[in-house]
Design a protein around this ligand. Structure first.
Ligand code: NAD
Length: 286
């Protein structure tokens, strides 16, 4: 079997076109476009590239950026004051703290300072709680991106075995809850799992977010499985995922590439979350 590639880049492009269209309709009605503030502290080159990418995407769809790029020695109280100011700014619909932050900062406390209705990364305990309860709320962008990609293939998640590799608060845990919400039977594999291969091999849907290049080999995947590779790892000058793409694409039915799979959809979900938050403010639909 040779897997069909799920074209995250193309799917992201068409979703961004819809977002841009909706923003064009709403901006004259409410007298302003949606606004997103990405806060970055320090000069981590990977973070700087991600932030530049997010700000470019905002520009493309008509979201105004209120980015704050702060020096690495910014203090916790200075950052809290900046977040509180953005919470009160009526032009800002979304606030995102680019992670990781330098080690002298307490990222949990900072995320908890973001008002939940502007928490477009879905990491505030209120939004995570809404996810657990199955209530509407802002959902983390990367797991929401995975769910959107799954919607583009002919697949009913109900009753299927879904395995998530990785249990981070950013990806693995919220994704497991989203798959559960879609009625899949969900198992999480993590760094302490014994004989992970037995579990991954039983998956109808295998989503991998471990940050370990080539962790998933062909023999760890069931024939015909859908494989979503969230990992982004730099190997020399190449970006690779967590899945051995060449081998696994011989076994799976559908697979996402890296780059060009989950990454572009994650940015798109950030734009969609910002628009969602804007729409909620005006009590209108997405
Ligand atoms: P993380 O380091 O916070 O978490 C990694 C998780 O993987 C941990 O829960 C750990 O238990 C698990 N793990 C590690 N080694 C393992 C192993 N050998 N077997 C099974 N589980 C293992 O990372 P994260 O923030 O969740 O990100 C995971 C990967 O996804 C990274 O490569 C990251 O760059 C990438 N990522 C991509 C996007 C995107 O938009 N495509 C967004 C966020 C993260």
């Amino acid at each position: 079997m040779t897997a069909q590639i799920i074209d995250g880049k193309g799917i992201a492009r068409s979703l961004q076109a819809k977002i841009a269209q909706r923003i064009q309709e709403l901006t004259p009605e409410y007298g302003r476009p949606p606004g997103l503030a990405v806060i970055m502290v320090g000069n981590n080159p990977a973070s700087a590239a991600y932030v530049a990418n997010k700000e470019k995407a905002c520009l493309r769809v008509g979201i105004t950026s209120y980015g704050k790029h702060l020096p690495g020695n910014t203090t916790q109280s200075e950052l809290k004051a900046i977040i509180e100011e953005l919470n009160d700014n009526p032009l800002v619909d979304g606030i995102l703290l680019q992670l990781p932050v330098p080690p002298h900062l307490d990222s949990s406390e900072l995320i908890n300072t973001i008002t939940p209705s502007k928490d477009v990364d879905g990491l505030h305990p209120v939004n995570l709680g809404r996810l657990v309860r199955g209530e509407a709320g802002l959902r983390s962008c990367t797991p929401a991106a995975v769910m959107e990609l799954l919607k583009t293939i002919p697949l009913d998640l109900a009753g299927k075995r879904a395995v998530v590799v990785g249990r981070s608060i950013l990806v693995g845990k919220p994704l497991a809850l989203m798959l559960l919400e879609a009625n899949a039977t969900v198992t999480i594999v993590h760094s302490r799992t014994v004989q992970p291969q037995e579990i991954t091999k039983a998956a109808d849907i295998l989503v991998v977010a471990a940050g370990q290049p080539n962790l998933i080999k062909g023999e760890m995947v069931k024939a015909g499985a859908v494989v979503i590779d969230v990992g982004i790892n730099r190997l020399g000058d190449k970006l690779v995922g967590d899945v051995d793409f060449a081998a696994v694409s011989q076994v799976a039915s559908y697979i996402t590439p890296v780059p060009g799979g989950v990454g572009p959809m994650t940015v798109t979900l950030l734009l969609q979350n910002t628009l969602w938050s804007y729409c909620r403010r005006y009590d209108t639909h997405l």
